[in-house]
Design a protein. Structure first.
Lengths: 260, 260
């Protein structure tokens, strides 16, 4: 890659993607973030300069990788001069065409993964969802993604939005189930560690089974005695109780449908 | 182990535990299940006899491992003569004392894991939760569990019940999130496979991070634009929409609390 990159945003995703690109030899010339600490931390790790004001964003980059919320994108970046260089965002739910106003060359560079700033992650199997306004830009973004991962796909905005919704269920909601369980065991002074082999196996199962075939537990077995007992245990946590009841009903419902 | 075992029940858990005990050299002399196919399948794999009527349950076993629902336990097993041999159940939510009526020697042998009949699972790290009516029986059940796993713990009925509730969240509910996501991507002809690295990383993260620290996504970031868009996408699936909204609110709530 001869292109020079600028990274706009220094959150979880921007940080991990920028570090991985840097490690793979991609030249990153600048990091922008509103937050000094975030910009500084990432820029130091890369060894490039950083700015915290959009008017100071470099005009020298060939690709601008935008990793800020869509709110920030509309409000902060509207006056930036991207000189018709490639502007690509990294978001699941923002349509590609929202970038039209910034440049005649634009696209999407969306890694389907959960990122935390200080957690290293193996990029080689992360699905990179690429979309671009023309074949030339698509090729450039595919090449860039291929430096990081073996799984690079062309995915349109409609599919990507759907994928992002699915990702919220398998990752954000799942992690919240872990969090709730953590509170439940903490209540009886049981260490959270005891749940880790179960968490790990539950995730491993679906590598070789469908979620439908992998489902176990009282809701699946329609074991009303246990469901009622669990609901009683949650009597003093009405919101959790409602959530338990709601997800259990949803499991019932799902397993009433004919197998596909 | 010189003890002879009888396995009462041939569901997912009974099947995997019995096979693992058999592989570790434990002598299993009989399998009981109401369902001929289940009893037969398991008995053949072990190479022992099977029965489908409780009155035919062998009087020869030293340990009876009971792996049936609490309903079945009360209704089916009330007339079985266990000759005061050790009767142990494998359930998360059944109090140990429910076994009092069967024998003067009783206990619990609960592996905290999700089991599917035809999926092999690594037992060595499964937490076995043991409880018994006296120290002698506790030692026997600990020895039996230690043949299978390095993680054998003494857990009382109250803690075990709490653990089982937590297990429902991290395993059954989590797997249901995978199932929902599967339906969502299927809608746009995207293969479920694309979500697997994300599922895997989400589970891996909490090996070294708390679920609180690992949380990402629109609900965590309070990104109302994306949350609203996702809710709109679910307009024709009112139950899923309610579930999305409910879990998102729960994430909000959780991350408003001060860090512990």
């Amino acid at each position: 890659m001869n292109q020079k990159l600028a990274i706009i945003g220094a959150g979880n995703l921007a940080t991990r993607v920028a570090l991985e690109l840097h490690n793979k030899g991609v030249e990153i010339i600048q990091v922008y973030s509103r937050t000094v600490t975030s910009a500084l931390t990432l820029a130091r790790l890369i060894g490039c300069n950083y700015v915290t004001k959009t008017e100071k964003i470099t005009p020298e980059a060939d690709i601008y990788l935008i990793s800020v919320s869509d709110m920030a994108m509309s409000n902060l970046l509207s006056d930036v001069k991207f000189n018709n260089k490639i502007v690509a965002h990294t978001a699941g739910s923002i349509p590609m065409d929202d970038l039209k106003r910034f440049s005649t060359n634009y696209g999407v560079f969306y890694p389907l993964q959960t990122f935390s700033k200080f957690r290293d992650v193996n990029f080689s199997r992360i699905p990179f969802c690429i979309e671009a306004n023309n074949k030339e830009n698509e090729d450039i973004l595919v090449d860039l993604a291929s430096l990081l991962s073996k799984d690079v796909r062309i995915i349109n905005s409609e599919q990507r939005k759907q994928l992002h919704l699915a990702a919220v269920f398998v990752s954000n909601f799942t992690n919240h189930m872990y969090a709730i369980a953590g509170e439940i065991v903490q209540d009886k002074d049981i260490p959270f560690d005891i749940l880790k082999p179960l968490i790990s196996e539950t995730a491993s199962k679906i590598k070789s089974m469908t979620p439908r075939a992998a489902q176990t537990g009282p809701a699946m077995r329609k074991d009303q005695n246990i469901i009622q007992e669990h609901l009683t245990m949650l009597n003093n946590q009405p919101k959790l109780k409602k959530l338990y009841s709601f997800v259990s009903d949803s499991i019932h419902e799902f397993h009433k449908l004919p197998k596909q």
